[in-house]
Ligand binder design. Structure first.
Ligand code: ADP
Ligand code: MG
Ligand code: MG
Length: 905
């Protein structure tokens, strides 16, 4: 460890030589100190000063709160250098130097100690300064600030006590603003403050300037281990051993009259990114007053007329600092009697819109490269453009009812509807905005979800039905909201804490944060067609290697996906079409068929419907690949539930006893027969564990006519499109294969159908047959699989479920919550791929698969495909593409570019 503990702002080169690089300098001097020194080197007017290093802080704390050897001497020497520079003297009443003492860690930390201004003032110096400046009000105001800040920060006197004195004085003198208090008032206040210090600490306010400086420095060091700072670091994931630096800066005064001022400004607009200086300032005030909001500030544009030369100089500095840091700057400045000083600069915080615009414009200005622009924008910032957001101002005053899992981003406002039919009726007939609130959702709730603005469920996890569907359709959703209990009988929901929301009352939800609010909150809508975002994403496309496809089931979703930049469809779930109102009876008829003839009859009616579905998708995705997955879910999902049938039958039988005419009797008897047949079928199909039961390829093997119909529909649609001059690329995907023999049996029969259709139509289309890899055995035997399959798509939802032996719906609202809280699992494996487990299978399957088929196309179509960390994994593992819901396509494009940048050698 060095024995140089103190660096003058002018010694930045030495600091850099010692620390190695700029990041090292920031670690050594803290962000604030490093930039003050850096600006000094650039020739920006910074008041002279120096920084006591973070290493000194650590040494002090390690030694049990004792200055390390040499520190105090170096600090005194640095002060002498500053005195020489400024021509003033610390503690000299005839020519006093005052300084501020400012903490500054490597990363900005709001939980840290506050700044102390005007160190060096005491009774004698105050008298001297009044003589020098002929401005008693200014001096007493400065002195009281010192006692107040020193008292609260160093001596732990509660600040309210000081504030009470000031407000008491205002009342006494009958003024409303501090600005109207006069010299004498501030003098009295200062005396009172010193009295308070004496009462609270039993000691006088230190009059010796060097003593003030020593105590202030120690207080900054100690604040590193203060509770606020420790909590903040824990929350923000900042290391505890970085330490904080202490910056001692010559005081400059913005409160010395009308040619003095102080302000804060951003080099560009922080809300929309426009390239113009934005900020506030106050004439005749000290820096902290601007933030404190004591007086109404003026917009920085007024400075252009009020102090044109200062404004010109400031604009010039802002530009230079932007050029230097190649980023938008957030600056503090003070004008002391016509002379401009810069007191701080750092990269400015900004909204997602501003981030994107600034990145795009800085590329065009030649300030940064396209790669830098792409890496500056985060996936979350892109996501912002895709969804309306709750107005942040309105959110502050609103009543937060409950929080749950933030499964589908964006804001939604509407009347609570407790079932899908009500939701749809209100939305369609009454043109009302509704939020569908359910304990959980099922496939037959989808029409309600589509009609609703957003969805809330009290149960369910990240990959629950509600979450999957909501994300797919871009509906904001909060699921697993355990704090609400839904009473479907009473049509109301009970919120923990006693509030009751009745059906029809308004709520507002934030799917980005997982929050549910009472009432109607205003929303704001960002724009996905933002020209700057379009540019950044186009650059991302140039950089990324991974392809991006979408999971979409309907032509309109496919069109949206394409508009968002999807390069194909990675997953079309054919069964979603089966749930549509006019088709479900046909599907049921097919399931209920007593023999092959009956089944084929039903399938024949489904064929043209499926064909037109596929044709629509092919047209929407012209010239791009479309992966269609054959039917996957267990058949019982298309039939009424067992319990529902039993209760319907009991009801019908009761009505039969009271039937009073033949017609009614016949009608009832027929209904009973039908229901009974349904019940028998449901009982026959019943499985203890349907998700591991008769589904996926197993269905196609047991009921070959079903998947044959689907393949016929696919190829008839493809041929039809091709005849119309539409270039089509169908890829037929067989789900849930476990053994290569399943694939052999199913695929060869389906390929025959494909060939037959093309012969019939006299058209050849380019196509592939492939399989989902979503069972560990399929991954383990991928070399065998790839001998038959021409492509793989990892179904990581099922693969995670089967590899971990975890049922996702049960687990995500159950023990997984505990596991996440207690850190037993690092991440939710259904949100981010479990790289060491599931990821190992994926890697193995990629290698094995390509070993038997070099040009095997490999992608991922699980929910993970839209997760940036999983996308990074997919990049490293050499997948060809990721596929995700249309609304995540832009995010995936960016994340894929980030992965490519990160792993460039
Ligand atoms: P924060 O990190 O809370 O902004 P700062 O150390 O930047 O704390 O200081 C708080 C306020 O005091 C800012 O407005 C800053 O400009 C002002 N200030 C700090 N040091 C000086 C100084 N030497 N002269 C004048 N104003 C100062
Ligand atoms: Mg500051
Ligand atoms: Mg699956």
């Amino acid at each position: 460890m060095a024995s140089k503990w103190v660096y003058l702002f002018s010694e930045v080169d030495e600091a850099e030589a010692y620390a190695g690089d700029w990041d090292g300098v920031r670690g050594l001097l803290g962000g604030k100190g490093a930039n003050l020194a850096d600006m000094t080197r650039l020739g920006v007017p910074v008041p002279p000063g120096f920084t006591v290093t973070t290493e000194a802080c650590n040494a002090y704390l390690e030694a049990g709160e004792r200055f390390p050897d040499g520190l105090w001497e170096q600090l005194q020497a640095a002060l002498v250098a500053v005195e020489r520079d400024t021509g003033k003297k610390f503690g000299d009443p005839d020519n006093p130097l005052l300084v501020s003492c400012r903490s500054g860690a490597k990363f900005s930390m709001p939980g840290m100690m506050d700044t102390i201004l005007d160190i060096g003032l005491n009774d004698v110096v105050a008298e001297g300064m009044i003589r020098l400046t002929d401005n008693a009000r200014f001096v007493w105001d400065a002195y009281r600030r010192l006692v107040q800040m020193f008292g609260s920060v160093v001596l732990d006197v509660p600040d309210e006590v000081f504030e009470a004195v000031i407000s008491g004085r205002r009342r006494q003198t009958g003024v409303t603003s501090d600005a109207d208090l006069e010299a004498e008032d501030w003098q009295r206040i200062t005396h009172k403050f010193k009295e308070i210090v004496r009462t609270y600490t039993g000691e006088e306010f230190p009059q010796e300037p060097m003593e003030q400086l020593r105590m202030a420095t120690e207080a900054v060091f100690k604040s590193w281990n203060g509770k606020r700072a420790v909590d903040y670091r824990n929350a923000a994931n900042i290391a505890h051993d970085l330490g904080t630096a202490v910056n001692i800066v010559t005081m400059v005064f913005g409160n010395m009259g009308d040619s003095s001022a102080t302000g804060v400004a951003m080099s560009r607009n922080a809300s929309d990114g426009r390239n113009e200086i934005e900020g506030d300032y106050l004439v005749n005030a000290q820096g902290e007053d601007v933030v404190a909001g004591i007086r109404q500030t003026q917009p920085i544009s007024d400075l252009a007329t009020g102090m044109p030369e200062i404004y010109a100089e400031f604009s010039d500095i802002a530009k230079r600092l932007e050029q230097h840091y190649r980023n938008m700057q957030d600056m503090e400045f003070t004008v002391e009697r016509g002379k401009l000083w810069i007191l701080q600069t750092r990269n400015g915080k900004r909204t997602a819109q501003a981030e994107v615009r600034i990145a795009a414009e800085m590329v065009e200005e030649g300030l940064i490269t396209k790669e830098e622009a792409v890496s500056r924008v985060s996936p979350g910032q892109v996501d912002f453009f895709l969804h309306p957001q709750l107005d942040p101002e309105a959110r502050k005053g609103a009543t937060l009812l409950a929080t749950g899992l933030n499964v589908s981003p964006g804001a939604a406002v509407g009347a609570v509807a407790f079932d899908a039919d009500t939701a749809e009726r209100w939305a369609k007939e009454d043109k009302r905005k509704v939020i569908m609130v359910r304990p959980e959702t099922k496939p037959d709730d989808v029409h309600g979800m589509l009609a609703a603005q957003g969805v809330v469920t009290s149960r369910g996890g990240r990959t629950s039905h509600a979450a999957l569907v909501a994300r797919q359709f871009g509906k904001p959703a909060v699921v697993g909201v355990a704090e609400i209990e839904i009473d479907l009988e009473a049509r109301e929901m009970h919120v923990e804490g006693g509030l009751v929301i009745k059906e029809g009352e308004f709520i507002s939800i934030d799917g980005t944060l997982g929050e549910v609010y009472q009432g109607k909150l205003p929303t704001v809508v960002p724009d996905m067609n933002d020209p700057y975002l379009t540019k950044v994403l186009a650059w991302a496309d140039e950089i990324r290697r991974l392809g991006v496809r979408a999971n979409a089931d309907y032509p309109r979703d496919a069109e949206r996906a394409r508009a968002y930049g999807a390069q194909g469809l990675g997953l079309v779930r054919t069964e979603h079409m089966f749930f549509e109102t006019e088709r479900l009876p046909l599907v049921q008829q097919m399931i209920m068929a007593r023999n092959v003839t009956e089944r084929v009859e039903a399938l024949d009616q489904l064929l043209p419907l499926q064909r037109s579905d596929f044709a629509g998708l092919f047209r929407a995705m012209e010239s791009l690949p479309v992966i269609i997955r054959l039917i996957d879910p267990p058949l019982h999902e298309f039939l009424p539930s067992h319990d529902e049938l039993v209760s319907d039958l009991a009801d019908l039988k009761l009505r039969l006893q009271h039937a009073d005419n033949m017609a009614a009797l016949d009608e009832l008897l027929e209904q009973i027969t039908t229901k009974q047949r349904f019940l028998e079928r449901v009982v026959a199909l019943r499985e203890e564990n349907p998700m591991l039961g008769t589904r996926g390829v197993r269905l196609g093997i047991l009921i070959p006519e079903l998947t044959q119909m689907q393949v016929r529909a696919i190829f008839e649609a493809a041929c039809e499109c091709k005849k119309d001059g539409v270039d089509v690329r169908p890829e037929v995907m067989i789900p849930l294969t476990t053994h290569v023999n399943e694939l052999r049996v199913q695929q060869s029969s389906l390929e025959n159908v494909a060939r037959r259709v093309m012969e019939e139509q006299g058209v050849q289309v380019e196509y592939m047959f492939g399989t989902m890899i979503e069972i560990p055995r399929a991954a383990l035997t991928a070399d065998e699989m790839a001998k038959v399959a021409q492509f793989f798509s990892f179904g990581t939802n099922d693969l995670t479920q089967t590899t971990l032996g975890i049922s996702r719906d049960d687990a995500e609202s159950g023990f997984l919550v505990q596991y996440a809280k207690r850190g037993i699992l690092p991440d939710n494996p259904f949100a981010t791929i479990d790289e060491n487990g599931v990821g190992k299978l994926v890697r193995m399957a990629v290698e094995l698969g390509r070993s038997s088929r070099a040009n095997l196309e490999i992608g991922i179509c699980g929910e993970h495909g839209g997760d940036p960390r999983t996308i990074d994994f997919c990049h490293r593992t050499g997948l060809d593409y990721v596929s995700c819901s249309p609304f995540r396509v832009p995010i995936a494009r960016l994340a894929a570019a980030h992965a490519a940048l990160k792993h460039r050698e």
